[in-house]
Write a new protein. Structure first.
Length: 95
């Protein structure tokens, strides 16, 4: 799955059931696209820096970062911080 412009692409073979489709769609559409569109480039860059700093002191952010590192190794620091934010919404707003 990936986001391109205003389109979220989901790979059906990677989504075993409707619940997982909803989870992934929410992650991509809300956790990435909507947030980045609402904040714009400057505030998104500030958020990335804040997340990177929070990881030094926040147990929750460290746990989310570890999950991101396990599931998506090798991300750039910026992409990693954005994934932490997108994953955070799953923690903050559980189904």
């Amino acid at each position: 799955m990936w986001l391109s412009g205003r389109t979220v692409y989901l790979i059906a073979d990677n989504l075993p059931n409707a619940k997982r489709v909803q989870e992934v769609l929410a992650h991509e559409a809300v956790g990435h696209a909507l947030l980045e569109e609402m904040l714009g480039p400057k505030l998104m860059a500030d958020l990335v820096k804040n997340v990177q700093n929070l990881e030094k002191t926040s147990r929750l952010v460290k746990e989310i970062a570890a999950k991101v590192d396990r599931t998506q190794p090798g991300l750039s620091p910026e992409r990693r911080a954005k994934e932490i934010v997108a994953t955070w919404q799953n923690v903050a707003c559980p189904k």
